[in-house]
Every structure is written in C-alpha cells, then in structure tokens.
Design a protein around this ligand. Structure first.
Ligand code: EPS
Length: 357
C-alpha cells in the first residue's frame, strides 16, 4: 500500500522524482473563494529553493509553478487544486557511477531492500526535491489560515551543528540564508559553513517553529491528536530524526509542579505543553522542534556495498547541501500549515461549528 497522501479533510498528494520531467501535487478539500496566484506560491518556493546562497546545493531550478486545476479567474473553486513544476536543471550523469552503489545513511539501502529497483538519479522519490510541492501547497494553506483565523506560522534555525541559536528577532529570518533571528551570528555561521563545505562533510540542524493564534479545540482524540499528526508530518520530511512538542524531551527532567502550565487570571502562566493538551490545542502558541540529520551524500569516500553485496568505497558527486536542515525551515512551516488547516476542516465537519474560539 503506497502512501503519498496525508491529511483527512484537506488531503495533499505529491508525485514526481528529483530527475523526472515534472513534480506536482494535488490538494483536495481546499475551500472555495480564496484568491491565489502562481507568484504568491513562488514567493514561498524561493525561500526553500536550492542555489539561493553558497551554503546550499547549487542546482538551479526555476520552480515556476503552474496551477493546472482548482483555480478559476484567480480564485479557488473548491475542486482539487493541482500544481506542477518542471525539473529543468537535473544533471543525471553525476549519478552514473553510483547506479549500482549504496550510499551509507541514504534511502539507497532501504529502498533497494524494499523495492529491488531504484531511481538512483538524485535520490529519485527520496530526494528533498519532493518537498517543493509541500511548500507550494503550504503557501495556499498559510494564506487561508491567516485570512480566516489570523494564524501565522514561523520557523527558524535553532541550532546548526554544535552552534545553538536564540530565536532573536523573528522578523529577520528571511534576511540571511540561515533563517535565523539572531542576525548578528550570521558571520559566524557563514564561516562555519564555508569550512564545512571545504571539508566535504555535512552537519545536522535543529529547526524550531511556532503557530500563533491557533484556536482552542483542534485535534481529534485519540488517534488523530494534533501533536501526533504534527509529529508525523515533521517525521515525513527528508532527514528528520527527531520531533519535540513544547518542552519535549526536557519534560523528562521537570517536576509536574513546573510542567503543568498553571492558569492565572484566566491565562496560562507558561507553555511547556506546546499549546496542546491531550492532543487538542489550547489556544496557546503551538510549538514544535525538529532535528535534521547531516546529509548522507558526500564526496568523502565511505565504506559500503554495491547492489550485489560487494564491498566498495562510495563517493557521491551531485550538488548537495552541506546542511539540508537549513532549507527545511520553510518546509516545517508548510507542513505545520497543512496539518493545522486540515484540523480546522475536521473540527468543523464533526462539530458543525462555523466559529472557533
Ligand atoms: C538532493 C540532491 C540534490 C539537491 C536536491 C536534493 O539534487 P541533485 O544532486 O540532483 O542536484 O539539489 O534538492 C533539490 C533539487 C531541491 O529542489 O530541493 C537529495 O539527494 O535529496
């Protein structure tokens, strides 16, 4: 059973491979009546795209998105919204050498074991290229959330390798390639990434995110909890290795008297719950933190096997991100938007509520 779809009442399906002709998605269940243009979607796509700075993959895709269904005269119709983007800068010959080789730490191994056939060009379906469509669909969801509920979603780089970063001024996150609000740290991050790139190695990252003005009452007990579905959405992003909601793993060392977010004068006094209690939103900011592993495609040789089980040294060419987690920031935002919007649809469908408070 294949799983290229997520969401219940707002359903997202993506298709396409990194070096195929086209990538695309269908967003079904989107309400009618919202104005949207390809240019608005592209504004989000550029934030995620490769080739925007020296610290990312130098593949240069135009990411010109075409709206092929579900929008008439610039307005959503309520029918499936289909979006496509042509791949224009794939260099498949970079991958000829690894056609029969397994990159350690990569989907190469597990996809080979599962399907016995693999599109080795740029990682095929396992490539971060697929996340383009999540950001495209997320652009529609975040616009709808803002127009209808004043909800804003912001993610930022909270750690690069061993460098921790404060949230700082989150209005500044688009002012550097690092999506950091601690803008004074950018020269240090530049230096760090330059040295890393020269070394040929890669590093992980932590992305934090928050959704503001999320109404109370979103989340479906017990198997459709908001936190469970946010975790699933984040874990589905390439290279994710960990997800925390609110205090996350730090709550292990807390006492209940500290963690329980007391309510004083009808207001929460803290937010260790991350805006979600028992899987249902409380009206506080919904907070998520996501850990991304270091990119596994490296030009540094590594011990591995080929598809016949022979021992080899594998070297990857291609144009890879030394830290794929940095570019994950807009993807985290998009996934959060899609999950929250789906939950608003589901809440309305079950409770017949037109107003959420
Ligand atoms: C990727 C490898 C690189 C990245 C790609 C993700 O592809 P290629 O080797 O074909 O240049 O450029 O990212 C994108 C193209 C994108 O739009 O995010 C990988 O192995 O995941």
């Amino acid at each position: 059973m294949s799983h290229n779809t997520f969401g219940k009442n707002l359903r997202f399906t993506s298709f396409g491979e990194s070096h195929g002709s086209t990538i695309g998605c269908v967003l079904d269940g989107f309400p009618p009546g919202m104005k949207i243009t390809p240019e608005e979607i592209k504004r989000q796509l550029i934030r995620r795209a490769t080739g925007q700075s020296r610290h990312t993959s130098q593949r240069k895709e135009k990411d010109d998105v075409q709206i092929v269904s579900g929008v008439f005269e610039g307005v959503t119709t309520g029918h499936p919204i289909a979006l496509i983007i042509e791949n224009t800068d794939a260099r498949s010959k970079d991958y000829t050498n690894i056609a029969k080789q397994i990159r350690p730490g990569h989907a190469d191994y597990s996809y080979w074991k599962k399907y016995s056939v693999r599109d080795y060009r740029g990682g095929g379906r396992s490539s971060a290229r697929e996340t383009t469509m999540r950001v495209a669909a997320g652009a529609l969801a975040r616009k709808w959330l803002f127009e209808n509920y004043d909800i804003t979603i912001t993610a930022w780089l909270a750690q690069l390798g061993d460098i921790p970063l404060k949230a700082g001024d989150l209005t500044q996150i688009d002012e550097s390639p690092f999506f950091t609000g601690e803008i004074e740290k950018v020269p240090e991050l530049d230096q760090y990434m330059d040295a890393l790139r020269k070394s040929g190695d890669s590093v992980g990252a932590r992305i934090n995110a928050k959704a503001v003005n999320v109404p109370a009452g979103l989340g479906e007990p017990v198997y459709g909890k908001l936190d469970a579905e946010l975790a699933l959405a984040m874990m589905s992003i390439n290279a994710t290795k960990g997800v925390e909601i609110g205090a996350g793993f730090a709550s292990v060392a807390q006492n209940g008297s500290e963690h329980r977010d007391e309510i004083i004068n009808n207001e929460f006094d803290s937010n260790y719950a991350g805006g979600i209690l028992a899987g249902v939103s409380t009206g506080q900011d919904v907070t998520v933190s996501v850990a991304f592993k270091p990119t596994s495609s490296l030009r540094l040789p590594a011990k591995s096997i080929d598809v016949d089980g022979n021992a080899i040294d594998v070297i990857t060419k291609g144009r890879h991100d030394p830290c794929v987690g940095i570019r994950a920031t807009p993807i985290v935002e998009a996934m959060m938007a899609l999950v929250i919007m789906d939950h608003i649809m589901r809440h309305k469908a079950q409770t017949q509520s037109t107003e959420l408070v």
